[in-house]
Design a protein around this ligand. Structure first.
Ligand code: UDP
Ligand code: MN
Length: 273
């Protein structure tokens, strides 16, 4: 009908983009984001961190939220940040909640275009899986347990406002942390459980979300324009896992995000012409 057609006609301003980060990544991960895709979504993107840094407050026009969560890479602290992020989305009044990690590149115009396919007045949970089988909670309860898929936060995830409101009674006001602690799952798995159990909707797999769990160099350069999110890992067991995209040298641009940004948007200031 015409009302739902109107809902699909969203703009970037209808999207809340939350990025989870930490004081430990201030110098390593944040700068390349601030130079690249953040510039295309300055007013819509918020960072959730564990420190108050005046430089970054200035660079983001006050869009760094000090969650007061502990900076440790442990389940309960990551869940604490996600809880704050969710509450900020609810208070923003926006139609879409998208989460990314601080090693993601967000293809901003593509994200807007993708979300136009879905009606935010209906529950939608969009993302990419990172496991081959659905989760089961409690683990051994094959008969009565909750079976669910979760969207890996490392690849990015979006949920409609309708879905976010459905899970508000169990997720809002920091209640997300309680569930996270009870389940002993990471934050993204916990979100999948909550959505499956209380949101009454399944995960819609959108393969254009990408994390560094994939071999990123195998993504063809001519497909990058189609992707919603990308990632990198500078050091893992096998060395580095980065995109194979033409552009700057790897000393200047180890993450490949500067090159990717110029590949997608050649008119940006720092891009060669
Ligand atoms: N992170 C955090 N606190 C930490 C470590 C990581 O908030 O102490 C965040 C980090 O900023 C990122 C996400 O958690 O957004 C995932 O971290 P990372 O990419 O280092 O680990 P992965 O889960 O990809 O192995
Ligand atoms: Mn990561």
């Amino acid at each position: 009908n015409s009302e739902s057609e109107q809902n699909k006609n969203i703009t970037l301003d209808d999207i809340f983009i939350g990025v989870k980060t930490t004081r430990y990544n201030q110098k390593s991960r944040l700068p390349v984001i601030l130079k690249t895709w953040f510039q295309l979504a300055k007013n819509q993107t918020w960072f959730f961190t564990d420190i108050d840094n005046p430089l970054h407050q200035y660079q983001t026009n006050g869009h760094m939220v000090d969650t007061k969560c502990s900076p440790l890479h442990e389940r309960q602290h990551l869940c604490c940040k996600t809880a704050v992020e969710y509450d900020h989305f609810i208070n923003s009044g926006k139609k879409w909640f998208c989460h990314f990690d601080d090693d993601n590149y967000v293809n901003v115009p593509r994200l807007v275009e993708e979300l136009r396919k879905y009606d935010p007045m209906r529950p939608w949970y969009l993302g990419r899986t990172s496991v081959f089988n659905p989760m089961l909670y409690p683990e051994n309860e094959t008969e009565s347990g909750e079976v669910f898929w979760f969207a890996t936060f490392g690849a990015g995830m979006c949920m409609s406002r309708s879905l976010a409101l459905q899970i508000l009674p169990v997720t809002g006001g920091g209640r997300f942390i309680s569930i996270c602690n009870k389940l002993r799952y990471p934050d993204d798995v916990t979100m999948g459980y909550i959505v499956g159990r209380y949101g009454k909707v399944g995960l819609t797999v959108v393969p254009q979300f990408h994390s560094h769990y994939e071999e990123l160099r195998f993504l063809p350069a001519d497909s990058l324009r189609e992707q919603l999110s990308l990632s990198y890992e500078l050091q893992n067991r096998k060395g580095r896992n980065v995109l194979d995209v033409p552009g700057f040298n790897t000393v200047y641009d180890p993450t490949r995000f500067m090159s990717l940004h110029c590949f997608l948007f050649p008119n940006e200031k720092f891009c060669p012409r």
